[in-house]
Design a binder for this molecule. Structure first.
Ligand code: DP6
Length: 324
């Protein structure tokens, strides 16, 4: 059988997805908007093999076990059913994420898997169909099919809940400085965290209404290359998402004292006229939306409070590619 390798880049949500109306189909409560990143990606190779008696799945050359294995096998079952192809499969994935970046994300993983597995199964899927398929592995993966800015429309069923590119080519100066606060696996994964927030936050419906209402303003900021509007909205959306966790019963948070120290530093930098904004996902690491011309000044301010902080510059990246 033919072997295919797909490369998909990770993405960071500027307007977050934080909750599902359907946990099996992965239909989100809100429309989300992201930026795909050039520096972080996953390469996944897939081929079917009639000799196998079970799926053979490796990540960074180590055999995958437990929940991770089950998630990939269940995803492969979707592909097998669709292609009427019932052999077991080899899935070999390499995550190209700087050591300890703490950004290894299910987004690039399931987007690359969707691309390589569908090609190996002989399915020839359009980008929208690939996005729907990737969504079934992990919601944020639906956006990693596309480069640049992408929007995942929440929709209401398998057909309508799909991502599309807003602008694939980003020809204006925007970057994400990714700050590594902690590279340990998180205690509550995003799947569990968003379920907790949805079930136990008294303000959850307000989050849904507010986040959906932010979509046109974020689109306008992207169209206008308006870093201030984009960053202001992204930071507000991220804090609103994290607030849902903090007011849940029982409360929980991904943010640590170091995350908050960075957020305060960013506010102080803004007070001096530098456009820099923070966004955080299901972990303590902070990404700073900024322009390349300000990197040095931002680094100096950060090093004053956190001399050891590890920083990687991430720039806009491309959509999924079949690399061989
Ligand atoms: C905070 O896509 O990892 O990064 O669909 O359950 O696999 P599942 O969740 P996942 O959640 C990502 C949450 C987020 C925000 C975002 O990327 O939109």
């Amino acid at each position: 059988m033919s072997q295919y390798t797909a490369r998909a880049h990770t993405n960071i949500a500027l307007l977050k997805y934080w909750g599902k109306t359907d946990t099996n189909l992965i239909i989100p409560t809100t429309t989300s908007i992201s930026l795909t990143l050039n520096e972080f990606y996953t390469d996944t190779t897939v081929w079917f093999d009639e000799q196998l008696t079970a799926d053979d799945i490796t990540l960074n050359n180590v055999s995958l076990q437990g929940r991770g294995y089950e998630k990939v096998t269940r995803f492969m079952d979707l592909v097998r059913d669709r292609a009427n192809q019932h052999q077991f499969v080899h899935v070999h994935s390499i995550n190209h994420v700087p050591t300890a970046a703490g950004l290894a994300s299910s987004a690039s993983a399931f987007a690359a898997l969707a691309g390589a597995a569908s090609a190996a199964a002989g399915l020839s899927l359009e980008p929208a169909d690939l996005s729907r398929l990737a969504r079934r592995g992990s919601g944020s993966a639906s956006r990693s099919i596309f480069g640049g800015f992408a929007q995942w429309d929440r929709g209401h069923d398998d057909q309508t809940s799909v991502a599309h590119a807003l602008t694939e080519t980003v020809d204006w100066p925007i970057q994400l400085l990714t700050l590594i606060v902690n590279d340990q696996p998180k205690k509550i994964d995003s799947r569990g965290g968003m379920q907790n927030a949805r079930a136990n936050s008294p303000f959850y419906q307000q989050w849904v209404d507010m986040a959906n209402a932010q979509v046109p303003a974020m689109q306008a900021a992207i169209n206008n290359h308006d870093l201030v509007a984009l960053g202001t909205l992204a930071e507000a959306n991220a804090l609103q998402m994290h607030a849902q966790n903090m007011v849940a019963n029982p409360p929980f948070t991904y943010l640590t004292d170091v995350s908050w120290l960075i957020i305060e530093t960013v506010k102080a930098l803004r007070a001096t006229g530098i456009p820099v904004y923070a966004t955080m996902d299901a972990g303590p690491n902070v990404k700073l939306i900024s322009q390349p011309a300000d990197t040095e000044k931002i680094m100096v301010a950060l090093r004053k409070v956190l001399p050891e902080i590890q920083v990687t510059v991430a720039t806009p990246g491309p959509g999924i590619q079949i690399v061989q």
